[in-house]
Design a protein around this ligand. Structure first.
Ligand code: ZN
Length: 290
């Protein structure tokens, strides 16, 4: 499942192909993904120019010159594929796009042909992804955005906020960090990594962790995310890079997926353990994470 760094990588990959460009033709090939698409989505997208591509949590937000914003969520298996214009016969042939690209495949659910002949395809085999349109002026009142806590890389996520948010919480810190109302966009992988870096066990009760240790989590979370974004996001299963080629940048994890292997903390003789919390695997070292 794509996490925040992967979504940010996708957003960055889409930016040069979409921003400032008009959608010449939108092809919406089924009525829904996780939820029904908004009424008339293809018509509302066709002809629109993309003014800005933003990210909020794991949502990509395309601000259009029509006053609407296209919200994209990749869900479990969603992929954005970019096919550049066919150089031989493709340039400046508005309306001819179907001749320039291969026919959409089974899981290509939304196809956007840009005015320069670039084709952007939203492919989602498991269909947990989502697309919606809302008036840009409504800001973050959309039901999917209104519930989100601060961005982990934004100014709203700081020591004072984080301490207040965890105060009195009886849930394990692992669950608290996955709670999108506390901090948005964090997923299983990067929570495991940040906890390992700070020596905090995922089993610790959130409200019982000292202020000093909670404070140390803020930069640790920012660092693990920033490093992953830097390396282009991590590669898991069939997730593809935005340029349509197989694979994603391989990112190495200190604990995630390393059950039974040696802990990488200097001088720690422990091995990585795996426990299941709320149905999700937590990887940690019970020697140096307390
Ligand atoms: Zn260790």
């Amino acid at each position: 499942m794509p996490e925040l760094p992967e979504v940010e990588t996708v957003r960055r990959g889409l930016e040069p192909a979409m921003v400032g460009k008009r959608i010449a033709l939108a092809d919406v090939r089924r009525p829904n993904l996780r939820w029904p698409f908004p009424d008339g989505m293809a018509d509302r997208l066709t002809g629109a120019r993309i003014e800005r591509l933003r990210r909020r949590s794991k949502y990509i937000l395309c601000d259009l010159d029509t006053g609407e914003t296209l919200l994209i969520h990749l869900g479990m298996s969603g992929r954005m594929l970019i096919a550049p214009p066919n150089a031989e016969n493709g340039r400046d042939m508005l309306g001819q796009f179907h001749h320039l690209h291969p026919a959409p495949e089974k899981h290509d659910h939304v196809v956007l042909d840009m005015e320069d002949g670039t084709r952007i395809t939203f492919n989602d085999a498991r269909r947990f992804g989502a697309m919606d349109l809302f008036a840009t002026e409504l800001g973050e009142t959309h039901k999917l955005l209104a519930v989100l806590g601060p961005e982990p890389l934004g100014n709203g996520f700081d020591e004072a906020y984080f301490k207040a948010a965890l105060k009195g919480k009886n849930t394990p810190i692992k669950s608290a960090l996955l709670d999108q109302r506390i901090v948005s966009g964090l997923g299983n992988i990067y929570v495991c990594e940040a906890l390992w870096r700070t020596g905090i066990s995922p089993l610790c009760k959130a409200g019982g962790i000292s202020g000093k240790r909670i404070a140390s989590l803020v930069p640790a979370i920012r660092q693990v995310l920033a490093e992953a974004i830097e390396s282009g996001g991590s590669s898991l299963k069939d997730y593809r890079q935005t340029d349509g080629e197989l694979g994603y940048f391989q990112h190495s994890f200190a604990v995630y997926g390393r059950e039974g292997e040696a802990c990488k903390t200097p001088d720690c003789a422990g091995n990585i353990k795996r426990v299941v919390q709320s149905g999700r695997s937590s990887f940690f070292c019970n020697t140096c994470q307390r």
